[in-house]
Design a protein around this ligand. Structure first.
Ligand code: IPD
Length: 299
């Protein structure tokens, strides 16, 4: 019920704050003394002792408070604990989203906590402890940003956001991701060219958008589209924990989350979240997020 979700939200926000302390302390320790940075599937897919520490804390607290809830987490999954998605309430957690930023001391890092019920995200919390930005959302109850402990502001921040007149006016986030295979990079850079290129130049015929950003955190890209600082976030290759909380927060802010787009050489279908989550958990999937009112992308 709605009051259940409100109390789960309070619990999740408290948990995000506890996790935030570990992330901040960990960052100081890493910058001062270095840390054991491990590589997962390749040399650009990083994990630190703090990713694991945060996930252990979160998993333990959730199990203590909500023993019936299932858990999907980035580091548990990497360690082989891969429970299939069911209709049960399931927390879907990225303990540190933006691990590469975290390792480099670039303060664009968050914890992302999503709750899935009946295979749909119903609650999301994204917390950047460096900036003290807290994004929250509950299904059908809107999403909010609280900055520096201030009052929650309804998202998007603009009262009546203007639809983009044209895609050329967009500020877009894309990510390079950790799959650096030729086929993945060719798709990605082809899309980047089509977005950035000058249509009047002979070399790359593109859309010449205002800007393309690669900030290194999927969840914060979702949050930033919800807030209004980005118009579009496009990426190939996200995992469920990268998108669960963010997709709820963005949708509650009026954004459209979709799994495909022709302009990006993606498939034409737009899978539902349950299907998308299953596909993301077992493989890789295109995630496209775009601003409300922007129809040019459909052409
Ligand atoms: C990654 C970041 C990155 C995105 C990857 C994610 P991690 O998460 O969100 O921006 O490009 O797809 O896996 O590894 O920092 O938790």
């Amino acid at each position: 019920t709605s009051s259940d979700l409100q109390s789960i939200l309070q619990f999740t926000v408290d948990l995000a704050h506890s996790a935030g302390k570990i992330i901040l302390d960990g960052s100081v320790a890493i910058q001062n003394a270095g840390s054991n940075v491990d590589e997962k599937k390749n040399s650009v897919d990083l994990v630190t002792e703090y990713d694991v520490k945060v996930e252990e804390l979160v998993k333990k607290e959730i199990a203590a408070k909500y023993p019936a809830f299932k858990f999907i987490g980035e580091e548990s999954y990497a360690a082989g604990s891969r429970s299939p998605l069911t209709d049960d309430p399931t927390f879907c957690v990225d303990p540190i989203d933006g691990t590469t930023n975290f390792v480099h001391g670039f303060p664009w890092v968050c914890i992302s906590l999503g709750l899935i019920y009946k295979r749909r995200p119903v609650l999301g919390v994204i917390f950047n402890p460096f900036l003290n930005f807290l994004y929250t959302g509950i299904k059908n109850q809107g999403s909010y940003l609280s900055q520096n402990g201030g009052p929650p502001l309804k998202l998007p921040l603009a009262k009546s956001p203007k639809p983009l007149a044209t895609l050329n006016h967009a500020q877009i986030a894309v990510e390079w991701g950790s799959d650096r295979s030729l086929s993945s990079l060719t798709k990605r850079s082809g899309s980047f060219h089509r977005l950035a290129g000058d249509p009047s130049s002979g070399v790359v015929k593109g859309r010449m958008v205002h800007s393309i950003r690669s900030l290194g955190s999927s969840a914060l890209n979702f949050a930033m589209v919800a807030q209004g600082g980005l118009d579009i976030y496009w990426e190939i290759g996200c995992w469920a924990w990268d998108v669960c909380a963010g997709s709820l927060i963005a949708q509650e802010a009026g954004c459209t989350v979709s799994g495909s787009h022709a302009v990006f050489e993606a498939t034409k279908s737009t899978p539902e979240f349950g299907q998308m989550t299953e596909e993301i958990l077992t493989g890789r999937k295109y995630i496209v997020i775009r601003a409300i009112g922007d129809t040019e992308l459909e052409k």
